[in-house]
Design a protein around this ligand. Sequence first.
Ligand code: PHE
Length: 347
Amino acid sequence: MNDLEQLAAAARADFEAAPTPAELENAKARYLGKAGRVTELLKALGALPVEQKKTRGAEINQAKAGIEAALQARRDALAAAELQRQLQAEALDVTLPGRRRGTGGLHPVSRTIERIEAIFGSMGFDVAEGPEIETDWMSFTALNNPENHPARSMQDTFYVDMKDGEGRWLNLRPHTSPMQVRYARAHAAKYAGVDPMPEIRVIAPGRTYRVDSDATHSPMFHQCEGLWIGENVSFKDLKVVFIDFVRQFFETDDFDVRFRPSFFPFTEPSAEIDIAFRSGPLAGRWLEVAGSGQVHPNVVRAYGLDPEHHIGFAFGIGPDRLAMLRYGIDDLRLMFDGDLRFLSQFN
Ligand code: PHE
């Protein structure tokens, strides 16, 4: 190997060893820069005799061309490696399954309440909502529950050690029945002087509270109040309306209904409504789905109406119970644990 071949080999080795473009440019300067070794050789040509100049000059240029080619090859290799590195860092695996955004859904109780609203809506019932923190007067007194009467413990609620602006004790409503009074009073005020007064037909779903907790009772649960008041609305209308509701709700005619005599201070007579399917997994078992009755005259008075002219029925449905029956859920607490493994089955 002559000196030029050695120089070219050294340059190639230096370039190959440069790990980055910056270091490669430093290596280039050592050979091709102003004070680089190739440049030094070209400068030294001047001192040679004329005959040698030509051949030596051609040889140096050939070596220089080889060194420049090696430099370019290394530049390309480093750029290709950098591109490869970037591609890997930003790699997209198009074969991975997509990550979907979780979708929300309706709680089984919300679905059930929507279903109840749709069915009663089709029968001309309005839908109303009211406060969960109620006054003692609305929860009990207006509903013909005299103060200190033991019947109040039927709906034993959470009492709040606080009074409203008018000095009335507050509680978490133990049932949706206060909505009978709120809605009827607003209706009576709205149609004051209108004769005959349009009928009251309303359902009022919502949360209710009682001091109760086991597999079939939760301290927070749902009710849906129903009220139909007119000039001549009676228990037979309750039967027609309720049976029609059950038929539509469960999409079957294959059940029996029983109005079992009961007691509520705010209705007279009062009845629990039980249903029994004639087929399916629950066949033959009586299941209580609502409390009901003809509204007591004292309650009609609390509505601000005259019980001689305005009569009708009320009922209180348990949407939680209906949801359990419809979906085959056996523990009420599952519905309020908020476990997505349970809840996502309904959507
Ligand atoms: N409020 C009653 C309860 O909580 C149910 C009911 C409503 C009964 C309306 C009669 C009329 O059990």
